[in-house]
Every structure is written in C-alpha cells, then in structure tokens.
Design a protein around this ligand. Structure first.
Ligand SMILES: Nc1ncnc2c1ncn2[C@@H]1O[C@H](COP(=O)(O)OP(=O)(O)OP(=O)(O)O)[C@@H](O)[C@H]1O
Ligand SMILES: [Mg+2]
Length: 361
C-alpha cells in the first residue's frame, strides 16, 4: 500500500492538452474518484499513473519512489479497465492466474490462490469458462479477481461499472466499496458518473478540460462547489442556477422578468462581495426549494413544466423567467402540469456565484 503523488503532471497529444499541470496527492489507503465529463483527461491521468503513457512534463510518485521513468510492470499496481481486458482465449482460471504465472509461481500455488479470490468474488464455479461465456457482471468480478490475486500497492479503475445494467451496477458498487475498505488498498477510480463518485469515494477530484477544478470530500463538494461547473456537475438533478442582478438599495436580487428576492440576513455579505447592479448566479439545490401558498419576499412565481414521481419524492420542474428549475418535493399532492405555483427560496441555503462562475459566497 502506498500514497500516490502527481506533481505538475501534463500530457500533450499534438495540439491537445489532455492533462494540464495536475498536482495531487492520494493518501495511503484512500478511495479517490476522478470525476469529469467525457474527454476531460481522466483516462490519460490513470494511464500515466499506470505507466502506459509517459507525462510530457511532471513527476509521479508511488510511495517514496519516483516511478515516472519506470515501466508498468515495475510499478506494482493493478488496473481494471472499462472493457475488463480479459484475454478471450484463456479460461477464467488462466486469466485470474496470469499475474502469478508471469511471476513464475508454481502451478499448484496459482490454482490455490485463484480459487481463494474466486470464492470471495463468487465466481469459483466459472473458472473453466472463457470470458465470452460470462455476463458483464461476472466478467467484471473476474477482472477484479485478476487485480486482487497478487495484491498491488494501488488499484486503478477506469469506469469499471459502465457496462453493467442499473441493478447490477449498484450491487457491484457496494461490493467494490466493501472490498476496498476491507483491504485498505489505495485506489483511484475514474468515472463520469457523479453519483458513483459520491457513493464510493473518500475524496473526489473534479476535472474539466484537463484541469483539476476542485478536490474534497463528496459532502464538501456537494455543499460548497467552487464554481458553477462543479455545482451543476454534482447532484441529480444538479444545482439550480438563477441569473439575477444585485440591487443594493433595496437589498434584493432581481431576475430578468423583474421578480425580486429579498436577501434578508444575507444582504450585508452580498454588499461586501458584489457591486450594486452586478449580475450573479444564485445557486440552490432542488431539495432546498419548497412550494408556498402565495406571494412572499422570497417567493417566486413559476409555472409547472414537468412532474416526475420518483417513489419517495416527486421531482417537479418549473419555469421561472427564462430558466427551468427543479424541486424535490415529498408531498402527498404534487402540483400538476401548467399549474401556476409559488416557489420559496430559502436564502440561508443559497450560494452566490460571480458572473464568470466562481463561488463568491
Ligand atoms: N492517444 C491519443 N492521441 C491523441 N489524443 C488523445 C489520445 N488519448 C486521448 N486523447 C485526447 O485527450 C483528451 C483526454 O482524453 P481521455 O481519454 O483522457 O478523456 P476521458 O476523461 O477519459 O474521457 P471519457 O470519459 O470519454 O473516457 C481528449 O481530448 C482525447 O481526445
Ligand atoms: Mg476515459
């Protein structure tokens, strides 16, 4: 087990800066998720840690060792890819035993160890089959078993659950979390699925266009996203953003359609952070919004755009001004389509972002 450190790591492919000056320390035993949209540089980062790609600039350390110039096999890490990369012509036994075979373990020892991990992963009865004869979930477990059979200093996962159906994905998710916590092996887990990152990770690093935007615990990132990109990338549905203007004299925020929201106790802080008339984004999570009976200083008139029952709660999307905003409501009688409603915005829960997207308050 070991901590992993990236120092100023950059990867340039021709004209594309895939990873841009990444500095990051993943602690010993930590479950770290790298989260970001397609093409933001997650896989490239992971491949550099694995030694499959050489950084254009910067250094990578595993434990105390500078591994930047070491080949993959000298790094003592195991990687599980999105497509599992099992060898199709080998049986599951041979696949799982492969890391031991290349290390010249005796045949009987290989069989013993493979059986042991296969029992844990509940694929012991599949060892004679070939990968093509397994379901997606079984293949995933076989790939994890292969990573486990020779316990590495670190695990690298690249979207390992994306080929599974929704139910199996949840099962596999809790299995992976349990396994990682039981073994305490330092893990980097790449995903573009924010729910997966939230559920699994001790800390999340959010990436966009090769840059690391924010690192923190799932709750920190959920509660205090550093900018509107992170705010709208995390959460389902994401944080609502309302474009408004700060009107200092009246201590209100004015929306494009002229509706005003009283700032109350937040007014003083806004006065210090924003100029009079300055445009800004008010950010509020769907679970913090509620319906009100009628007009009020922090109520907005809105029209119901869609109603989606989720079981425990109902997701209601309403149109306010030019924007659509989402509410998560746990009420017995949700509003109906096109109904005119009042939405209460609890100012104490609101975040305020500058026009450029950066969090101010
Ligand atoms: N071998 C390569 N040659 C040229 N460009 C590449 C290469 N590998 C990746 N890129 C580019 O680098 C950027 C980052 O790619 P990367 O695969 O790391 O993204 P990602 O975050 O893993 O995306 P996804 O979620 O779609 O898997 C992309 O613009 C991609 O097109
Ligand atoms: Mg990728």
């Amino acid at each position: 087990m070991a901590r992993i450190r990236l120092e100023g790591v950059t990867k340039v492919f021709g004209a594309v800066v895939a990873v841009d000056d990444l500095t990051l320390t993943i602690e010993d035993g930590e479950f770290f998720a790298l989260l970001g949209p397609s093409g933001c540089g997650k896989t490239t980062t992971l491949r550099m840690v694995a030694g499959l790609e050489r950084p254009t600039r910067g250094r990578i350390f595993i434990g105390e060792r500078d591994v930047t110039d070491l080949p993959p096999q000298a790094r003592d890490i195991a990687m599980v890819f999105q497509d599992y990369a099992l060898y199709p012509h080998m049986t599951i036994m041979e696949n799982i035993g492969y890391p031991l075979k290349v290390r010249r373990y005796a045949r009987s020892e290989i069989h013993r160890r493979v059986r042991e991990v296969a029992e844990v992963l509940q694929i012991a009865d599949l060892l004679d089959r070939r990968p093509g004869q397994l379901s997606g979930g079984q293949q995933q477990r076989a790939a994890v078993a292969r990573a486990l059979v020779y316990p590495p200093q670190a695990f690298l996962f690249d979207e390992p659950l994306s080929n599974l159906d929704a139910k199996l994905r949840l099962e596999a998710r809790s299995f992976l979390k349990h396994l990682q916590k039981s073994l305490g092996i330092t893990t980097i887990y790449v995903t573009h699925d924010q729910a997966e990152a939230m559920a699994l990770a001790d800390r999340i690093g959010v990436m966009d266009r090769g840059r690391l935007l924010q690192v923190g615990s799932p709750i920190e990132i959920y509660r205090r996203p550093r900018n509107t990109f992170v705010a709208t990338f995390i959460g389902s549905p994401p944080m609502n953003l309302l474009r408004c203007r700060f009107q200092q004299a009246e201590a209100v925020l004015v929306l494009g359609d002229g509706q005003a929201l009283a700032l109350g106790e937040r007014a003083e802080a806004l006065r210090r952070a924003f100029r009079d008339g300055e445009p800004l984004w008010l950010g509020i999570r769907p679970e913090h919004l509620a319906l009100a009976e009628g007009p009020g200083p922090t109520h907005l008139a809105a029209r119901v755009y869609a109603v989606e029952p989720l079981g425990v709660e109902t997701l209601v999307t309403v149109q306010v001004d030019a924007e659509r905003i989402a509410l998560r409501l746990s009420v017995d009688e949700p509003p109906v389509l096109r109904e005119q409603v009042w939405v209460r915005v609890p100012m104490e829960r609101a975040l305020f972002f500058r026009e450029g997207g950066e969090l101010a308050l």
